[in-house]
Design a protein around this ligand. Sequence first.
Ligand code: SF4
Length: 454
Amino acid sequence: MTRDGEGKTFHVVSLGCPKNLVDSEVMAGLLMRRGYRPTADPRDARTIIVNTCAFILPAKEEAIEAILAAATYKKTASCRCLIVAGCLPQRHSIELARAIPEVDLFLGVAEVPHIAERVAAMDAPQYDGPRVRVGPPDFLMDAAHPRRLMTPPHTAYLKIAEGCGNRCSYCIIPSLRGPARSRAPEDIVAEARKLARRGVRELILIAQDTTAYGRDLPGRPSLAQLLRELAGLEELAWIRLLYSHPAKITPELIRTLSGDAKICPYLDMPIQHIDDEILAAMNRKGDGQRIRALLETLRGEAPDIALRTSLIVGFPGETKKKFEMLLDFVQTARFDHLGVFPFHREEGTAAAALPARIPAAEKERRRELIMAAQAEISAELLSRRRHAVEATLIEGKSGRTDYPFVGRTRRQAPEIDGVTFVRGKGLRPGRIVSVRITAAAVYDLFGEVVDNPS
Ligand code: SF4
């Protein structure tokens, strides 16, 4: 393939979860180190990389749309090289290569560290290499990999492990991302220090299952130990934990989550369901009784902790009675934040073969009932925050006149939870201020600055 024209510009479209976002950031970092220049406008890019997700059908559809949109720039703008990376080619590279001739290169998830060579090879007047490069998903980043952050500069995700060994029956991720493999604690701390020195105030720990951290390493360092080590980093203000597995939450972790001002009293803990038979069919470790006992322990030992969970409705075999039990559980467990997703039958998963299907309309009805119940709970729980003073990380302008700034408290994660609208003097992104909560809506809070401790 020949290439003419000026400059080594690239644009990355990052889809899916924060773990995929970190891969996009590493690819951008490696390209910049090789002299390529990022552009926010895909029309100016000679190379466009679409880093895809393939977790469930809607994610695959979104990826195809993004790929076809990027392909138009090969006709209408500067794009000369279109690369599709991530979970979609890892799962469907052959079909994709046949179906979308506009794409020059399909790269699997293990190709992240090689992105600069791959793009440079496409620069050659005549590229005669393979169009598909998908191998075993064995890549694990480390602190030496440069990252061009795609989050606001004061917040960054910290990927502490890759892959997953849990084999939940509805989930394709283990076959896309490989077995669970943890980074060494000293390597993670080294990267955290680098990020903190670049101005990151909030670090968000991610993996497919953060609570599996260290179990594959010599000496089995624990997630709690890692959190405490990270809390020792001067420059960092907040450390947040996402993607924990309820069956792996230890008393040590609970103590750590409520034992340090830097560690946000926040726990994201997808439980997926509460019925024992459904949990067993999902191949989820732990039963309903254990989940209820864990919630009691968490609320007892960390009363101020904000709990987020995710649920699946319409899993094969979810009778009306089992759904009612889940709805009742949501109304009694009273999570601070909750996401609910209709079951998707994903080929290649154990659950794909299960009988007793629930019609799509009924799945949607169940999803709406859970979200309606959660909206009431969220409004009630947030109204109790009124008059409280919350440390709030300012993210930027809100576009509102009454509360011109928007931020998040230690109980609000980015992208997935509500926000806090703020009014007050001397506010700027990245600043952590004390905010007195004056009002609450269904998912958001409102408040005014009481002083600027930072
Ligand atoms: S914990 Fe279960 S749902 Fe999550 S990535 Fe692993 S297999 Fe998938």
